[in-house]
Ligand binder design. Structure first.
Ligand SMILES: [Zn+2]
Length: 308
């Protein structure tokens, strides 16, 4: 792992490829304010967070505020490692975390690191939340997921963008690609000195522009020469199709929509064993679009006839 000082009060902890079962790299970012520490994301569990705790202990008598940039498991599973602190996130991040916790916890068990306790954000915001005394701002900037937001250290001109920016390509876990591009334009407009990505460390403005161009082409359905990132691109294309069906199911069921139930039943209809859901991203890439179209009418019928 790598520990790096950023600006006058930031510490970037980067878990590198090979440090976790997940592969690739992931960073969490700690900012030392006047009376409080702010920790952006908590990775996969309690053990990885020990190194952050040690750093916090060096400056006693400061509270900790955790910020979850979005609700994906690899950014929130370490929330439970810290007792008695506030956890801040966008209101939809709390909702999405609650919705999919059980599903991810069961299927992605192999990624757990030490203890993983379910601790949801207890302070939520809809547009932004500012700690004025420390000049720390959390702002809603959806894109990678519906619930994504960023942390801006106004004093040091640093922005932690979570998974909005990624090298070589961003993952699109939400269907609104136009809003995603708007969010990246907003990040560019802020022109912070340092931009930190959840999985690519400190990134250059040129990468944000390349990510933006990619999203535009993906939205327009253009032929994309991905060079690197072919796996991400094929996942994105397929995942957007899956999301389309998930959105339809949400529409049909309204308040009665249950994410875990939907996932299990949809995959069952596709003939996938529950055990195989451990490798869902591979399944998503491999399921032909025609298969989805084929099973949908029957699945839709099932949803419409549901009594409960
Ligand atoms: Zn992530």
């Amino acid at each position: 792992m790598k520990i790096q000082t950023v600006g006058r009060r930031g510490v970037l902890f980067t878990f590198q490829d090979g440090d976790s079962v997940m592969g690739g790299e992931t960073s969490v970012y700690l900012i030392e304010g006047g009376d409080r520490f702010y920790l952006c994301d908590t990775f996969l569990g309690s053990s990885f967070m020990n190194v952050v705790k040690d750093r916090i202990k060096e400056s006693p008598r400061k509270d900790l505020v955790i910020f979850n940039s979005h609700s994906d498991f690899d950014h929130v599973w370490g929330n439970g490692a810290f007792g008695g602190c506030e956890i801040v996130a966008h209101e939809l991040a709390r909702r999405r975390m609650e919705e999919r916790w059980e599903y991810d916890f069961e299927n992605l068990e192999r990624f757990r690191d030490g203890d993983v306790l379910k601790r949801l954000p207890n302070v939520t915001f809809s547009y932004r939340l500012v700690f004025e005394d420390d000049e720390i701002e959390f702002r809603y900037l959806p894109g990678h997921t519906l619930c994504s937001s960023v942390c801006i250290d106004r004093r040091d001109s640093v922005i932690f963008v979570g998974d909005l920016v990624e090298d070589p390509l961003p993952l699109t876990l939400w269907s609104d690609l136009v809003t995603f591009t708007e969010s990246l334009k907003t990040v560019l407009k802020m022109s912070c000195q340092t931009v930190i990505s959840g999985h690519s460390g400190i990134v250059a403005e040129s990468l944000i522009r390349r990510n933006l161009e990619y999203l535009k082409s993906l939205f327009l359905g253009e032929e994309i020469d991905v060079e690197e990132g072919e796996e991400t691109h094929s996942f994105n294309t397929k995942y957007l199709e899956f999301l389309h069906y998930e959105d339809k199911a949400r529409e049909i069921l309204g308040e009665r929509f249950d994410f875990v139930q939907f996932k299990r039943e949809f995959w069952q209809m596709l003939g996938v064993e529950r055990e195989s859901l451990k490798f869902e991203s591979r399944l998503i890439r491999q399921t032909p679009s025609e298969r989805l179209e084929e099973i949908w009418p029957q699945f839709e019928e099932q949803l419409k006839n549901r009594k409960d």
